[in-house]
Design a protein around this ligand. Sequence first.
Ligand SMILES: Cc1ncc(COP(=O)(O)O)c(C=O)c1O
Ligand SMILES: [Zn+2]
Length: 404
Amino acid sequence: MQVSYLECTRCGEHLPADRPQNVCPKDVGVLFPRYDLASMKGKFRREDLRGRFASMWRYAEVLPDAAPVTLGEGFTPMLRSREYSTVYIKDEGLNPTGSFKARGMSAAVTMARHYGLKKLAVPSAGNAGGALAAYAAAAGIEAHIFMPRDVPIANRMESEYFGAHVTLVDGLISDCARMVAERKDREGWFDVSTLKEPFRVEGKKTMGYEVAEQLDWKLPDAIIYPTGGGVGMIGMWKAFDEMQQLGWIGSERPKMITVQAAGCAPIVKAWEEGKSASEMWSGAETFAAGLRVPKAYADYLILDILKQSGGAAVSATDDEILSAVRHWASVEGVFAAPEGAASLVAYRKLLANGLLRAEDTVVLFNTGTAYKYLDMMQAQEKTSPASPRNAPGARNIGGIIGPY
Ligand SMILES: Cc1ncc(COP(=O)(O)O)c(C=O)c1O
Ligand SMILES: [Zn+2]
């Protein structure tokens, strides 16, 4: 087992990685897998990656040493923006099941199979459930998924087609999490909730390795990441530390920037108030379903990363997000999930307020594909003044346009 131990991010406690673990038994802190990077230094080199297959498992030395359950996740394109010459769009929409969640679930299900687990459960805002269902199907493991009733249709249908047991919940991901917690012992489920399972973050961290490798080992000045539970951001930050320990990069770090939907922005609120943890957001509402996370389990880690990196937390309204989806599609040829397009909104705001300069190299994460959100977007179009369809007189041009 390549993973030396699991370490609590709160109290530093070490736990063995040879059996399934959730969180620190002492203080319920998030557990991070740790490797013997010091002895890998000089032996595992950047050049060793040349010619390896284009998936996240190309970084095998810093991932758990178990037979991967893979569907070809990772090593997604780093597209140079056609609109801004110093901006890149990391397009996670090309992953299996259409979002970056594939990375975390590939790693988590790999370890679940390695440990011999037979039943997994997860609360999900949508895409994590779909991704778990796919990898569980590939591994021949049972998946129990709890998602809000009003998730995008794609999430519900993909989960069912992949053969998962889907429970639709009248509530948010936090209500789903409570249901998993209440039932898991009785049902014999292993909980793979974001950051309550140590290996999803390992899959996600490969985004950090890819950013470095694809930009020829020079990290960008800033990374903008749509943040719900925050694993993407936390994983990349971990990757940067690991790469420094391996001698692949120096101590420089990008400004890490969180973007959230204005209708559910607990991290933005905590950041603006200078707090080190967030409060449960009440009345969470946004069509960017993956950002409807009223309280991130690892909020303390996210806020710490923003602070350490000199970053920021910004919110985007649903109207701003919808028009950014349309803008990216028409200007870049990228049909981004609402969560991903929120990154563009944040980029513009930070250029305007001076935190970012036009010459800064910035990576905007498109975390998923719009093809999974057609129903949500259609509904949003109906109300949004940002939609050209709702411009005064639009309905008179060329006859009938709606209903959608
Ligand atoms: C497309 C998309 N982007 C971003 C997020 C937020 O990710 P995280 O919970 O890792 O912060 C999600 C979560 O469901 C998502 O589906
Ligand atoms: Zn602890």
